[in-house]
Design a protein around this ligand. Structure first.
Ligand SMILES: [Zn+2]
Length: 289
């Protein structure tokens, strides 16, 4: 921009031009080189006026170029890009970002995913890894059945006001030997729901189908507060029917859980489809609680 202050060729004050030839004056050239009209011969008046007009025009044009809406938008885009880059880790943490689709939606929380390992066996087998294997197969089954499926972390931000046809959280019980009765599965339904009958039906469907497919016994009386007051139940939209299942005990049910996760997942999937398809369930497996 400093170039616009330089006098046009032929209009320079010879004195100023000479002074500008020393290095010290070159630094101050823009102001010292500025022509003083009273010292100019009249024949140069036109060039001085022309110089002023061109100089001013260049400055104004430059300023307009800097502040056009396009540049402002570019600035906003740049800010957006920076924010997007900064938020990238969050996006990576999220396994399946919520996407818009007309397909019916089901959410699966892979227990402890993204938070901790859950129960840990002496040989290093973690509950979180067993939960994830089962959750992944259930997800694949549901995708094949025509649903959109969100595979969620234990404390997934998407659980906040989560809306879906159903939400299930998959966990497993302790790897310690407790007693010979510590085998089988547990199911608890969300109580803070707008539709308790729907939610209880989801639980009943799950109990019915999971028991018949896996042949594992249902533990009705050992459901803990960790299950009945499961944190996600209070986070999701109250219109979303939600259940938590402990698909087995890592100790006595280890074989089916680790060697036949497909069968375990099939039991969970059939329970969910029983609910979404409004299939009939035996009356003896009445809704729990
Ligand atoms: Zn767990």
């Amino acid at each position: 921009m400093n170039d616009s202050f330089k006098p046009l060729p032929g209009s320079e004050n010879p004195k100023a031009n000479k002074a500008a030839s020393t290095p010290a004056d070159q630094i101050a050239a823009p102001s010292s080189a500025a022509p003083v009209p009273v010292r100019k011969p009249r024949r140069f008046a036109f060039f001085i006026a022309l110089q002023s007009i061109i100089g001013t025009s260049i400055i104004v044009a430059t300023l307009f170029t800097l502040f056009t809406p396009r540049n402002i938008i570019s600035g906003q885009m740049f800010t957006s890009i920076i924010l997007a880059l900064q938020s990238t880790p969050e996006v990576n943490i999220n396994p399946t970002p919520i996407q818009k689709s007309s397909l019916p939606r089901i959410g699966i929380v892979a227990g402890h995913f993204g938070n901790d390992s859950g129960s840990v066996c002496k040989d290093g087998l973690t509950e979180a890894s067993v939960n994830m294997t089962i959750a992944t197969i259930v997800r694949q089954n549901l995708l094949r059945a025509g649903f959109q499926v969100d595979l969620l972390q234990e404390f997934d931000p998407n659980l906040n006001s989560y809306q879906a046809l159903a939400l299930i959280s998959i966990h497993n019980d302790s790897c310690d030997y407790i007693n010979n009765q510590a085998t089988g599965f547990k199911v608890a339904a969300a109580q803070s729901t707008h539709y308790p009958e729907k939610t209880n039906r989801l639980a009943a469907c799950l109990i019915s189908r999971y028991a018949s497919i896996t042949k594992l016994p249902f533990h009705a009386n050992t459901i803990t507060k960790d299950m009945s007051q499961y944190h996600a139940f209070d986070e999701i939209n109250p219109s979303t029917p939600a259940v938590i299942i402990e698909t087995g005990f890592l100790n006595l049910d280890r074989q089916i859980l680790t060697e036949h996760p497909d069968l375990v997942a099939q039991g969970v999937t059939a329970g969910l489809l029983c609910f979404t398809n409004n299939e009939s369930i035996p009356t003896k497996e009445a809704p729990i609680q």
